[in-house]
Design a protein around this ligand. Sequence first.
Ligand SMILES: *Cc1c(COP(=O)(O)O)cnc(C)c1O
Length: 445
Amino acid sequence: MDIIERDIEVLWHPCTQMKDHENLPLIPIRRGEGVWLEDFAGKRYIDAISSWWVNLFGHTNPRINAAVREQLDLLEHVMLAGFSHEPVVTLSERLVKLTPPNLKHCFYADNGSSAVEVALKMSFHYWQNQGKTQKTQFVNLQHSYHGETLGALAVGDVAIYKEIYAPLLIPTLTAPSPAGCYAKGEESYEEYARRQFKQMLALLETQADKIAAVIIEPLVQCAGGMRMHHPVYLSLLREACDEYQVHLIADEIAVGFGRTGTLFACEQANISPDFLCLSKGLTGGYLPLSAVLTTDEIYQAFYDDYLTSKAFLHSHSYTGNPLACRAALATLDIFAEDNVIENNRNLAQVMKEATRSLQDHPHVSEVRQQGMIVAIEMVKDKASFEPYPWQERRGLKVYKYALEKGALLRPLGNVIYFMPPYVITPEQIYQVADIAQAGIDIATC
Ligand SMILES: *Cc1c(COP(=O)(O)O)cnc(C)c1O
C-alpha cells in the first residue's frame, strides 16, 4: 500500500470532510527546505501560506535545526510546576523585553487555543479574586477567530466552525467587525473603524459591570477571511477598556512575529494589552508552544498565601517544553541577527506590486494587504459585493489549480491569500501571484 492509502485507512484529518479525499488527492510530504515542500514523487510546492501561518524562516532552517539538535542532547522535557530550565527562563526574559511595555509575566501552554483559554480564565479569575464576581462575560468581534476548544470557539465568530456546537458554548457579547472591506463609498478604513467602534463603546458603557474582557485579533481577523482594520480601533479600544475597567486580550497568535509589518501588531496602535496570546510563529513553525503574557497587576492579584485559594491552578503536560523553547529562542535570534522587519517591508512591497492588477479583475472585490499578508476576495458581482454561494466552493478550485502548478494556497472560502515564510524571494512572490491570478480566472469563469 502506498502512503496515501495507508493514511486514509487510519487517519482523520483536521478541518476536513474526509469524503472529499475520494476525489481530492491527499499530498504526502517527504521533505521540506526553505519555502519548498516536496512530495514523494519529487514534485515541489511553494508553501505560500507558511503551513497554516506557523513557518517564518523556511522549512528545515539550518539555524533552528542546530538549536533543537543541541537541546535534544541536553534535556527533552521536564514538567514546569516546581521545576524550571534555561530555555524557558531565557525565552520569558526575551519575550517580556520584546512585547509591549506593561507585559511582565509569561504563562505557557502548547497551542494557540489553549493560550486563549488561559487568557479567558485568568481574566475571569482576576475579577473573582478582586471581589468583582459579576464580571463573567466576554466581548468579541464579528468574524473573529480564536481557536477550536470550547472556550476559544465561544469567543470566536465564524459560523462554519461554531454553529453546530452552539448549545455547548458560553454566551458572548459580539460587537460589529471594524474590517474596512465593508466601508461605504469614499469612507476610509480609519473612518469606518471609528464608526464601528461606537457600537463597541455602547456595549462597554452599558454592560462593563458584567464584562471581564474584550478579545481581539489586532489589525487582521485572519481565519474569519483576512479582514483588516485600521489601528485606530485598537487605540480607541484600549482607552475604553481602561475607562470602563475591562481587560483587553490581544490574540496575536497569527499576526505576531513580524507578520503585519511590526514585530507585534499592537505596536502600530502603540498600545499594551492586559493579555497577549502568542503561538504559531513563536517557534518559527517547528514545535507546538504558546505563551500568554500579562501585567504585574494581574499577576499580583493571584499572588497570596496558598490558603487564600487565589492561585491559577491551570496546567498542560507539555507546558514550556524545552525543545519548543529552544526553537523559539533560535527564531528570536534570527529576528535579532537579520534585518527581518525591514526586509519584510521590501517583500511586502513586492507582494503589493505582484497582485496590483488583480484589483481590476471582474470578480475581485478587493485586494487588501497588511504587511506580509495579501488577501484577494472573489465575488460574484463586483459592483454590489454579492458573494459567490459557499456551495460552489470556488476557493477549492483555486487550491486545486495552485497545487497542480506547484504552490500551496489554501483559500478561506472565497478569499485567496498569501502569507508566505519571510525567506520567500521576489521571483517566488511573482510566481505565486501568477498562479493565483490564473487560478482565480479559472475559478470565476
Ligand atoms: C490559529 C489561531 C488560534 C488557534 O491556535 P491553534 O494552535 O490552532 O489552537 C487562535 N487565534 C488565532 C488568531 C489564530 O489564528
